[in-house]
Structures are given as C-alpha cells and as structure tokens.
Design a protein around this ligand. Structure first.
Ligand code: PXL
Length: 269
C-alpha cells in the first residue's frame, strides 16, 4: 500500500450530464467504465432531475460554463487523458466551452453520443443546441452514436424504417465530419432484431442481436457509447469496440432494473 502502481489502469474521460435517478448520463458512464476495467474521470455539464410530481418530466439545469471549464482543467491537468466520451451538453454556451477545451490538446479518440433534446428545454433553444452540436462537436468525433431520433434529425430524414435507411442516415451524418458513424436501430426499427450499422466512410458493418422485451430501457445509449470509449481506451479498434459495446449493453438490458420512473434502468452487465 502507498506505492504508486507502475501498471496503472487505462483512463477513460467523460464530459456529460448528471441524471439524478442514476439511470442515464454520467452515472451510467462511470459504472460502465468501471465494469470494463478502466478508471473513469468525469466532468458534469448539466443536472437533469426528473420530477416525480409532474409525470417524471425533465428538470434541466446547466452548469455554469466557467465551472465546466474549471472541471476540464482539473481533470486534464491531473491525468494524461486521450480518450473522451461526450454525452449531453445541453446549451450553446456549454458546447462552446467544451469545443474550446477539446481543441486545447490532441485526442486519440473522441466518442460523441449526440444527445439532442431534453424535454425540459424550450424548442427554440433546443434547435440552437442541435445546430451548434452539429457544427462544433461532430466534426471532432472518431465515433458518433446516434439513435433513430438523433439520426433522423442529423441526417434530415423524415423516417428511418429499414436497414437501408440506417445506411443512408449513416452516409449523410458521415458528411458532417465524424470518422465512424454507428447508427442504432434500437427497439424502434421494425423487426425482431436490434440492428446497428457502422459506416467508416467506405464500408458498412452490420451488428444485430434479437430484441429483448418490448420496452425501451433508460441508459442503453449512454452505456453503448461509454463501452465503446472504454474499449478504445484499452487500445481496441473501432469495430471491435462496437462489437464488445453491443454485447455489454445487451447484457445490461437483460439485467435491467425496475424503478418507480416509467422506464426500467439498465442494470450491471
Ligand atoms: O439517455 C440520454 C441522456 C443522457 N444524459 C442525461 C440524460 C439523458 C436522458 O434523460 O438525462 C444527463
């Protein structure tokens, strides 16, 4: 005890929102890092506290941009960080401070989970946030992991109903600058399987596994992107990281936890 561990663990960094029930956001990201054997460091961008008195609606409070910058300064000064996941940012001011901080060093991998909306926000503010995310953060990404809603929004498509639509969305989102696009079909894409498509600008790789249950599970998207991040931190190639992340997320969904909130929460894989 007391000695510095020469074989220190790999570190994964996450910049994301706190979700107070523990079912999504930074809490899920850090649990995922831990389960996959990497040391997690986190910066909080906003605080989401669902309101049980009002149908579990979103209450959203952004963290002051200066406090976000301070957290990033502390984390990046204490550790040699080179792999980061970006989760919910929430406001144009947050996007701007995070984009500036990311530009201050080189990163081996930036994984972006493009969390576009929070129901507690004004629609106009949400549109500005989407546009800034598209122009300031997406081009920096090694991997971006949109769900169907986010893929429709980012690709400007009215509907995504089959695997070919996932591919078209991936193609259009790749044109915004990320190196790999992993579009998640999830529960919503019709069919018996949960299908994900990864596009590297040239080739498509399809991942599929039978759907589990009928209900969306909170935190699955956060887990998927965090697991990709952890695997990349350990040195995996992107497609291998996605393969592990899909299996890991599926295992968490199988063990999802019933809560008093409307959706079950992802469990430990
Ligand atoms: O699952 C998307 C998500 C990500 N991050 C935070 C959230 C949510 C959904 O509620 O609250 C902080």
């Amino acid at each position: 005890m007391g000695d510095i561990d020469a074989a220190a663990p790999r570190i994964s960094y996450v910049i994301a929102g706190s979700e107070a029930t523990g079912g999504a956001g930074l809490q899920v990201d850090l649990r995922t890092f831990q389960q996959l054997g990497v040391y997690g460091v986190g910066t909080i961008t906003c605080i989401v506290s669902f309101d049980p008195k009002a149908g579990w609606g979103h209450r959203f409070v952004p963290v002051d941009p200066e406090v976000i910058a301070d957290q990033i300064e502390a984390a990046t000064s204490a550790h040699e960080l080179d792999v980061v996941k970006i989760g919910m940012l929430g406001t144009p001011a947050t996007i701007s401070v995070v984009a500036d901080a990311l530009a201050r060093q080189t990163w081996r991998h930036i994984v972006v989970d493009p969390v576009l909306i929070c129901k507690g926000q004004e629609p106009g503010a949400a549109l500005d946030t989407d546009n800034d995310l598209r122009s300031e953060i997406l081009p920096l990404a090694t991997v971006i992991t949109p769900n169907l809603f986010e893929a429709r929004t980012l690709a400007g498509m009215e509907s995504i109903e089959k695997v070919d639509d996932l591919k078209e969305a991936a193609r259009r989102i790749a044109a915004l600058g990320p190196r790999y696009v992993a579009v998640k079909g999830g529960m919503e894409l019709p069919g018996d399987d949960a299908v994900d498509i990864v596009y590297d600008g040239t080739d498509f790789t399809e991942f599929r596994a039978p759907k589990i249950g009928e209900q969306r599970v909170a935190g699955a998207g956060c887990t998927f992107a965090a697991a990709i991040t952890a695997e990349l931190a350990k040195g995996a190639e992107v497609l291998d990281a996605v393969r592990v992340a899909k299996e890991f997320t599926r295992a968490g969904i199988v063990r999802s936890i019933a809560t008093n909130a409307p959706q079950p929460s992802i469990g430990l894989a």
